[in-house]
Design a binder for this molecule. Structure first.
Ligand SMILES: NC(=O)c1ccc[n+]([C@@H]2O[C@H](COP(=O)([O-])OP(=O)(O)OC[C@H]3O[C@@H](n4cnc5c(N)ncnc54)[C@H](O)[C@@H]3O)[C@@H](O)[C@H]2O)c1
Length: 260
């Protein structure tokens, strides 16, 4: 307990799934946490649970694709908590249907890349600036990529491209910080298939839910899906000072999916 006591954290996509689990765990381990998301209703429920458990947290409505939203969120962070040490960028989305490359529409491509990659760029840019204004400067930015940012899958080229982009973008920012001796570490987490509302959408595409679940369970050599807490535990390690020598790294948490 208390692995991030005294730290100020922000979690995007905190209303659901992996982001909600990260926000809950960071608050339980002593961080003051700002939740940001588009979904006010679901965020309110996560916020209430954190507070009921004795955690300190606030919520700020934000669309990750909007630069003015990030500017306003950083101003709110500074006013409420006085700075920023930890950011976990979980907000993301996936394709609504599988498409052959010649059938992929530009609007759908831009929607996925806009939220997953440009959203991560805007988040990281503004979070890093606030971390550098925080005294002392001790920062950790954790960008949630995917195993599908490492290996390809047919039919979801825009998602693959967006998550691969998050992976290399994060390494470049990590190296800029290291080169300029800015004490902010930047790493990515690559979840395998995790039981969240986002994955439920993919399962629903099967028609038969039982069949869909079996398919996704069997994708993992370990034989079952991961839980949001499995990713939150990795984020907690990267957020805490235990990982002080870790930057530009990719933490794969996938039940062995990419080991083959
Ligand atoms: N679930 C998986 O199997 C899995 C696997 C690998 C990677 N990921 C990644 O993990 C992250 C979290 O996914 P999840 O499964 O918890 O999904 P989720 O759908 O449960 O949660 C995503 C959250 O992001 C928010 N969001 C979406 N667009 C937004 C925007 N423009 N601005 C602000 N908030 C926005 C949603 O409101 C939601 O609360 C995503 O980046 C996803 O790509 C998930």
């Amino acid at each position: 307990m208390g692995r991030v006591v005294g730290k100020i954290a922000l979690v995007s996509g905190a209303a659901s799934g992996i982001g909600a689990a990260c926000a809950r765990l960071l608050a339980a381990e002593g961080a003051k946490v700002m939740l940001v998301d588009l979904n006010d209703e679901m965020a309110a429920s996560v916020l209430a649970k954190i507070r009921a458990a004795g955690g300190e947290a606030e919520y700020h409505h934000l669309d990750v694709t909007s630069e003015p939203c990030w500017e306003a969120a950083m101003a709110a962070m500074e006013a409420r908590f006085g700075g920023l040490n930890i950011a976990v960028n979980c907000a993301g989305t996936s394709v609504t249907k599988l498409t052959f490359p010649t059938e992929t529409g530009l609007d759908e491509w831009r929607r996925i890349v806009g939220i997953n990659l440009e959203g991560t760029f805007l988040a990281t840019k503004h979070q890093l600036a606030l971390m550098m204004r925080t005294s002392p400067v001790v920062g950790s930015i954790i960008n949630i990529s995917s195993v599908l940012g490492i290996v390809g899958q047919p039919g979801i080229a825009s998602y693959n491209a967006s998550k691969g982009g998050v992976r290399l973008y994060s390494k470049s920012v990590a190296l800029s910080c290291a080169q300029d001796r800015v004490n902010v570490r930047v790493n990515t987490i690559h979840p395998g298939f995790i039981r969240t509302p986002l994955l439920e959408q993919s399962i629903a595409r099967f028609g038969d839910a039982e069949e869909g679940r079996k398919f996704y369970d069997n994708l993992q050599p370990i034989g079952h899906l991961g839980e949001p807490e499995d990713i939150a535990n990795g984020a907690l390690y990267l957020a805490s000072d235990e990982s002080r020598f870790v930057t530009g790294a990719e933490l794969v948490i996938d039940g062995g999916f990419t080991a083959r």
